[in-house]
Design a protein around this ligand. Structure first.
Ligand code: AMP
Length: 394
């Protein structure tokens, strides 16, 4: 299918051509025509599928001439995603006069208030700051025509359910709602039940969940040797750039110190870092100043960083979906990628949940030449997911 067949206006088609998109992705093919008709959408799509354009393009087309008040609200879970969505709207909207306000916490209010006062049509926001500004009457949501809820599963994981519900209620009933989420669970269906009107459901998740171009390996190791194994893996791997994921902010800080002490240039991203630090970290990682990014899950969703050759999970992620999101930072757009997970015996139940979600075991590996002080628990592939005990031949 061609972009020209989706019903988008000419000025957007020429922007798309200029950006260099050749053909629409599956979510764009399915969501754009439906959204252009003004219908509500539930899109089950991971990041990397082109979902931002799938809602931004029809929304820009439908807004038409600017009216000087907020008409489209895009709600996202994190500042990083907010910045990316803002950038996407600016690129796609270069031929339109719509002004954009980007609202997120952790920074001063003045610029954001200024953007709103300047007559922003499109508001891209994280829930907390948006409500803050709304309560201070810097923003009125009663003129919203299109509400986009992006990465809803993530917003719920982050505890934003009440904020998100409050924001939906502040928007006029007579609006279009486009909901996107990597997973569509019961809670999301409940929200869709009262917030959306006869939505068209679009599911573009692939059966295998994780891209085929990513090879996975599990490195069993005793917890106290994880630091050493991480370092040994980095030393022996030919990588372009690596993201090391940790479960906690403390782990992220400690690993950063440990790697820096061993002469590796590291950037760090987690929720306690200031906005300036996060921007610097991400920018430095993208530019190649840092070859390793140590991050909590805040960086695992939505971020579009190309050229990440390796993802290393320092811990087995607690939620199985996070595994898919984390490893999805590599192997993007058909590139080859490798994902290593350091696994200690106390993480068995999380590992089982991941292997159930993937529908297959992750290959166990032992790092040659590494001095394991405790013999690693090499549960063989296939042994873990089998819930039923096998009968032995007697
Ligand atoms: P998203 O899932 O919206 O974060 O998009 C992931 C990446 O795919 C972004 O870098 C987009 O610029 C890119 N992208 C989106 N749509 C297309 C397309 N039709 N063709 C090529 N690249 C695209």
């Amino acid at each position: 299918m061609e972009f020209a067949q989706l019903g988008l206006p000419e000025y957007l088609l020429s922007t798309i051509e200029k950006i260099g998109y050749k053909t629409p992705t599956p979510i764009q093919e399915k969501a754009v025509p439906v959204a252009l008709q003004g219908r509500d959408v539930i899109g089950a799509a991971q990041t990397g599928t082109g979902k931002t354009a799938a809602y931004a393009l029809p929304t820009l087309a439908r807004l038409g001439e600017p009216k000087g008040k907020p008409r489209c609200l895009v709600l996202v879970p994190t500042r990083e995603l907010a910045m990316q969505v803002d950038e996407a709207f600016r690129r796609f909207g270069e031929n339109t006069a719509d002004k954009i306000a980007l609202l997120y916490g952790g920074v001063r209010y003045d610029q954001q208030v200024k953007a709103l006062r300047a007559g922003a049509e499109i508001v891209v926001a994280t829930p907390g700051r948006l409500l803050d500004l709304q309560r201070q009457r810097f923003l009125d949501l009663s003129s919203i025509e299109v509400l986009v809820l992006d990465e809803v599963d993530r917003m719920l994981d982050m505890g934003f359910i009440e904020d998100v519900s409050a924001i939906i209620r502040l928007c006029p009933k007579d609006r279009q709602t486009l909901l996107f989420s990597a997973t569509v669970n019961k809670t999301i269906r409940e929200i869709a039940g009262w917030a959306l009107r006869e939505p068209v459901e679009i599911d573009v998740r692939t059966g295998t969940l994780a891209a085929d171009t990513i090879s996975h390996a599990l490195y069993p190791v005793a917890g106290y040797q994880k630091y050493d194994l991480l370092l040994a893996l980095l030393e022996r791997t030919k990588y372009r750039s690596v993201i090391v994921f940790t479960r906690t902010k403390r782990d992220a800080d400690r690993i950063t110190e440990w790697l820096e002490a061993n002469g590796i240039a590291v950037a760090t991203m987690h929720a306690d870092r200031t906005q300036r630090e996060r921007v610097e970290a991400l920018g430095g990682f993208k530019s190649g100043k840092y070859s390793v990014l140590v991050a909590t899950d805040i960086a695992s969703r939505g971020l579009d960083i190309s050229g990440v050759s390796h993802v290393i999970n320092y811990n087995v992620p607690e939620h199985p979906e996070d595994y898919v999101h984390r490893i999805g930072r590599t192997g993007r757009a058909g590139d080859e990628g490798e994902a290593f997970t350091l696994f200690s015996p106390d993480e068995l139940s999380q590992l089982q949940a991941i292997e159930r979600l993937l529908g297959k075991p992750i290959e166990r590996k032992k790092l040659d030449g590494f001095r394991y002080r405790t013999e690693p628990l090499m549960l063989m592939p296939g042994a873990v997911p089998a819930a039923r005990p096998r009968r032995r031949n007697r």
